[in-house]
Design a protein around this ligand. Structure first.
Ligand code: HEC
Length: 278
């Protein structure tokens, strides 16, 4: 049988020499792209000090929040941070819900009545102050953002309700930030009203170190250190940014179990249905 030379041209692309180069070019392009991603991520990493990473119990797939840490964290927030930062999305009753600090309802009532809120109008048309109840929101430290800036040298203390989700690095960033105040390196000028923080982007932060040893009383014997306060308040802020986190994890677990059982049932159904075909 004679071979028709024209068949060579009809061969599939992968066998021709020109086409063998195509995957090479593709691989090269992917390598270059990968390299460019790598270099940008390296550039980003070199912009800020690498964050401190802690072993947070709640981060594990079935992890839960340490209730005592959440309660202490609330104490730190309310006695220190609440002087400047609001948490608009929280209501006192959230403090007793499942998966949170789980204060009892009586404890929450006692916490809430320490704060007042303007209500009204009364029968004479006047507004009046009354103690807060569990259904009321956390109080804000300032009447509006202008007042907040005026009290903080022009900088706005952000609302902390969802801060753990709003910042890259989440809990590790918050922990690093709170424990990251240090002497500015030689030759770095810190402007008045600013503080040097190794982890804040640009390193100059308007918030003075909010935590010092023994600033909040812990009655359960937990060390009253900046490190411990930071861990506790960060745990609290992480819960606040997603109060249903534990429920979500639980649901995810149940769905996986369901899918496994379902997959098993489907497998045996398939074997039964196709049994006659073999
Ligand atoms: C005396 C007021 C004051 C207190 C008290 C205070 N902060 Fe701040 N905080 C500020 C100000 C002002 C800023 C804005 C800083 C800036 O933009 O330079 C800020 C910013 C922050 C930020 C945002 C950082 C970022 O990445 O933008 C976090 C998080 C924060 N504070 C957490 C806390 C926590 C937690 C506490 C309590 C332990 C606390 N703050 C106590 C004034 C305060």
């Amino acid at each position: 049988m004679t071979i028709n030379m024209n068949e060579t041209e009809a061969r599939p692309c992968i066998f021709t020499r020109a086409c063998r180069v195509v995957p090479l070019i593709g691989a090269l392009a992917i390598a270059l792209l990968g390299a460019s991603f790598l270099s940008t991520s390296q550039a980003k990493a070199s912009e800020g000090t690498p964050l401190k990473h802690l072993n947070w119990g709640f981060e594990a797939p079935f992890g839960t929040f340490d209730r005592s840490a959440l309660r202490r964290g609330y104490k730190v927030y309310s006695e220190v941070c609440a002087a400047c930062h609001s948490m608009d999305l929280l209501r006192f009753r959230n403090l007793s819900q499942d998966g949170g600090p789980e204060f009892t309802e009586e404890e929450v009532e006692i916490i809430a009545v320490e704060h007042t809120i303007e209500d009204g109008p009364d029968e004479y048309g006047d507004m009046y102050d009354r103690p807060r109840v569990a259904a009321d929101a956390f109080p804000a430290p300032f009447a509006n953002t202008n007042a907040a800036r005026a009290s903080n040298g022009g900088s706005l203390p952000p609302d902390l309700s969802i801060i753990a989700k709003a910042r890259g690095g989440a809990e590790n960033y918050l922990y690093s930030l709170l424990t990251g105040y240090e002497e500015a390196p030689e030759g770095v000028e810190v402007p008045r009203g600013m503080n040097y923080n190794a982890y804040f982007p640009g390193h100059m932060i308007a918030m003075a170190p909010p935590l010092v040893e023994e600033i909040v009383d812990y009655e359960d014997g937990t060390p009253m250190t900046v490190d411990q306060y930071s861990k506790d308040v960060v745990t609290f802020l992480t819960w606040a940014s997603e109060p249903t986190r534990e429920a979500r994890h639980r649901l995810g677990f149940q769905v996986i179990i369901f899918l496994l059982v379902f997959a098993g049932l489907m497998y045996f159904t398939m074997r039964k249905v196709w049994a006659d075909q073999h």
